[in-house]
Design a protein around this ligand. Structure first.
Ligand SMILES: Cc1ncc(COP(=O)(O)O)c(C=O)c1O
Length: 380
């Protein structure tokens, strides 16, 4: 018997099926899913529009390297044109970390510089370059992570003076997810963009968790009125299909010619999933829905901020964090007993990543459950 290795602690739940914002265990008990597989199911589990597209695509052709042409490439490009800046170029990878890796490669090759500025609290993935710009020293310990990174304080404008002409790129999350659900302030994002421009460093926006409608904007950077040089996205863009993308000005992407590639990157199934994802995003006005539901969620959460066990609630759109005064493990287990799935962030934060079709009733159930669980498990 070969064992499937697990790098995450088991949550002790066997899920037998899923549909949109719900999952069911093997006994048919329904759970409200605000974990959504680390945020990958923001467009819902098995969104029918996306599933149909992938199914049809596989019946037509499931493997077609970009050395050849097939219909879905043009279709994906047409659809992506509605959500990316005019004249940009885009390519696909299989995971968020790979997209960050490729973005960094592009920045190094384009600028000919070596150092990268990243931020304390950041999370950009587990492959070596992505890990090198990830703040948590626990994830990097024991590994020869690259040493070309300067970690600057997040949401601190004066720290940006450290960005200089030795930097190829500045990489930033518009909302730090894994780091504890911490939105970058609008002012901070604008100053990061200015500092990068001044230094001639490329601005990489990591929207792998916050992007694609979740914060109430198609891309969370739009709320600051800035434009990155490179945008990376992943998680929800393919409705749960493992796909990520790097989008940038054409001259930046050109720098990777002959120096980058991927067997599965841009595979027709992934492109069909992304095409379906963009269709859902635009035709159902997902950002507007996330904005409305997100405001409702924050209003509900404001009602539990006074509990003794709560330090702070924060978030943006459908990305919320409840910072407790202690490890959130017992609260997460209590929520699971109440048929609500949520996820930890940082050291003390309960993170809620609801999919866009979550209803006001669902949110009410989730916050009532949270109130009870915090009272029971986190000191009132
Ligand atoms: C902001 C951000 N960047 C990068 C990643 C890495 O993505 P993946 O796990 O798909 O490699 C994540 C995953 O949580 C993330 O939240």
């Amino acid at each position: 018997m070969v064992e499937l290795a697990r790098f995450y602690a088991s949550r002790g739940l066997k899920i037998s099926r899923a549909s949109m914002q719900y999952v069911w265990d093997v006994d048919g008990v329904r759970y409200l899913d605000l974990h959504t597989g680390h945020g990958a199911a923001f467009l819902g589990h098995g969104n029918p529009r996306i599933v149909k597209r992938v199914y049809r695509q596989w019946m037509e052709i499931g493997v077609c390297t970009p050395q050849f042409e097939c219909n879905i490439q043009a279709e994906a490009s047409r659809l992506l044109s509605s959500i990316l800046p005019e004249g940009w170029s885009v390519f696909f990878q299989n995971s968020g970390a790979e997209a960050v890796e490729a973005a960094l490669k592009a920045a190094w090759l384009y600028t000919g510089r070596v150092r990268v500025a990243a931020f304390k609290g950041s999370f950009h993935g587990r492959t070596l370059a992505a890990l090198s710009v990830t703040w948590n020293p626990k994830y990097r310990s024991g590994l020869p992570a690259l040493e070309m990174v300067d970690f600057l304080p997040f949401n601190n404008v004066s720290g940006l003076d450290a960005i200089g002409d030795e930097h190829a790129a500045v990489i930033v999350e518009p909302v730090q997810g894994e780091g504890g659900v911490v939105p970058a302030s609008i002012d901070f994002l604008r100053e990061v963009a200015k500092a990068a421009r001044r230094a001639g460093a490329l601005l990489i926006l990591d929207e792998i968790q916050a992007g694609f409608g979740r914060t109430g904007y198609t891309w969370a950077y739009q709320r600051a009125g800035i434009e990155p040089d490179i945008l990376v996205a992943g998680k929800s863009i393919g409705g749960g299909f493992p796909v990520s993308m790097v989008a940038a000005r054409k001259d930046i992407v050109e720098a990777l010619k002959g120096r980058h590639g991927s067997t599965h990157g841009g595979n027709p199934l992934a492109l069909a999933a992304v095409a379906g994802g963009v269709e859902v995003l635009t035709s159902e006005d997902v950002p507007a829905k996330a904005m409305v539901r997100g405001k409702e969620l924050m209003e509900l959460l404001a009602g539990i901020e006074s509990l003794r066990g709560v330090r702070h609630v924060r978030g943006l759109g459908l990305m919320a964090g409840v910072e407790l005064r202690r490890n959130p493990g017992p609260v997460l287990r209590c929520l699971q007993e109440r048929r609500i799935l949520a996820i930890k962030a940082g050291i003390t934060v309960v993170r809620l990543l609801p999919p866009y079709m979550v209803t006001p009733e669902d949110l009410g159930v989730a916050v009532d459950g949270l109130r009870e669980c915090i009272r029971r498990e986190a000191g009132g």
